[in-house]
Design a binder for this molecule. Sequence first.
Ligand code: ADP
Ligand code: MG
Length: 379
Amino acid sequence: MSLAASAVAGFEKTYGYAPTGVWSAPGRANLIGEHTDYNAGFVLPFGINNRTYAAISLRQDRKCNVSSDLDGRSFSYELSEEMPKGLDWALYPLGVAWVMASAKDQGFDCFITSDVPVGAGLSSSAAVESAMAIALNELWECGKTKQELALIGQRAENHVVGAPTGIMDQTASMLAQADAAVLIDCQSLEIKLVDLGLSERGLVVAVIDTQVSHSHAYGGYGSRRKSCEDGAAALGVETLRELSLSDLPRAKSQLDDVTYRRVKHVITENQRVLDTVDALGRGNLQALGRLLQESHASMRDDFEISVPELDLAVETAMRVGAVGSRMTGGGFGGAAIAIIAAERLQELERAAMDAFSAAGFKAPRVFSVVPSTGAKREI
Ligand code: ADP
Ligand code: MG
């Protein structure tokens, strides 16, 4: 059964009638541009073929019921000005509803199903938010653009869930296109689709999910964000976006070592995103690979958000001949990506299993993802 069909089946089993429709949105992998979004910089993510599906019908009253096969639990919330609180995972879908609802809107019944790995750095959270936002936009006739819906998802995550994340994940999940990455200028929120051209070169994007959960990471994420804000303030700019490579010597002389290395990561990473777009445009795989390696090293050594499992995943991918590899997502666990010849995928899986076992790490999960389209109605 397709996941869209199982969302319908789950809905019917839970609520005893058929849903009005099913809407879906993808998780995302970030090709390059990490922790640059909240610094008003550049990111280059793409939607993946793992998606979250929400089967929904409006109700006659203002009650919102959400159920997910994540853990089989259900939560309820009555639409009001009062923000939903303390409802575990339901804060993601209900947070979106709370941000979007007007006084006239009806409540809904909703059943969620998904094959986006949770907590793997592939943004299962944005997939839930984006599927909800695209559904409610249609059912409540809000008439918002996809960019506006991405901002709504971010607001739900920041304000209702309380995770201080940037705009990358929701923008990617909303606006992704097949075979392309989305270059997002997080200052202007302008986007540009960038052709990846991987399949015609026999390449795939492999994901090495370390199975190290990053859910404990909000402290680390928040402290990195604070270092960036402190660095920007000390250097007299509103955001680190305003700085370029030529500002590095000044940053080094004015900042303490830790803040300098955080700032250096962001400045160099912004440049690497732009260089990656350039390398993809010219079909220069060598340059692409080098940029991915430099990005990983910067996150490991300067931004300090990698973990030994991610470093080993990247080293293993390079050893079996990947074009390039880096950790993806916010860090402190989650997944690495590798661009690699399709026929080497199995070898990568074996090598990663062996290397993780030899290091005494939990077995990783290795799979390939296909750059896929953004949020849409399915049924
Ligand atoms: P990531 O976005 O990297 O997967 P997050 O910690 O940002 O990790 O988001 C994961 C959280 O999103 C889960 O703990 C859960 O609360 C919510 N979530 C993700 N997928 C689902 C789902 N299918 N059903 C319900 N909640 C989900
Ligand atoms: Mg997330």
